[in-house]
Design a protein around this ligand. Sequence first.
Ligand SMILES: [Zn+2]
Length: 175
Amino acid sequence: MIDIEKCRITHYPADVLAKEASPVEEINDNIRQLVEKMKDVMLKNKGVGLAAPQIGVSLRLFIISLNGTREAVKVYVNPTVTPTGELDSMDEGCLSVPNVFTKIRRYKKCKVTATDLDGNEFTEDGEGLLARALQHENDHINGLTIVNRMGQTAGIVHRRQLKRLREQHEQKRRM
Ligand SMILES: [Zn+2]
């Protein structure tokens, strides 16, 4: 049972962001509440996607809303994302890595198979921003963030902010 009240946005370098998440065993009211909480957190922070580990829950589940509205939120439970085609480099940010925007290489297209909140399996083809969002969120449930994906130069450019985030993490741990 997930304590929804305790779910908060997690920032790099939280452990939960660095580990492979577990499959959702059963879609029940607790999972549906979790999804509502994820929508709240994503919309409040003006994101277009959020994965469960980003609020401290290590489950294979993410949401995407490309226009940032609650109505457009799509839920992906236990997704399998298969990228195809060429690579493309575009600026990306992440709610768990605040104030870091950096070019990340992603595939231009991908296919996703997942389960929705009614328990129905669906398949979708993503292109452009959707393909990018799917790969970004899929990284989260596999324990990867843009910090792992950024190039060496970007690592140097954002060194200070990453150090600041690590220090904040240490401070919180000591409190
Ligand atoms: Zn992210």
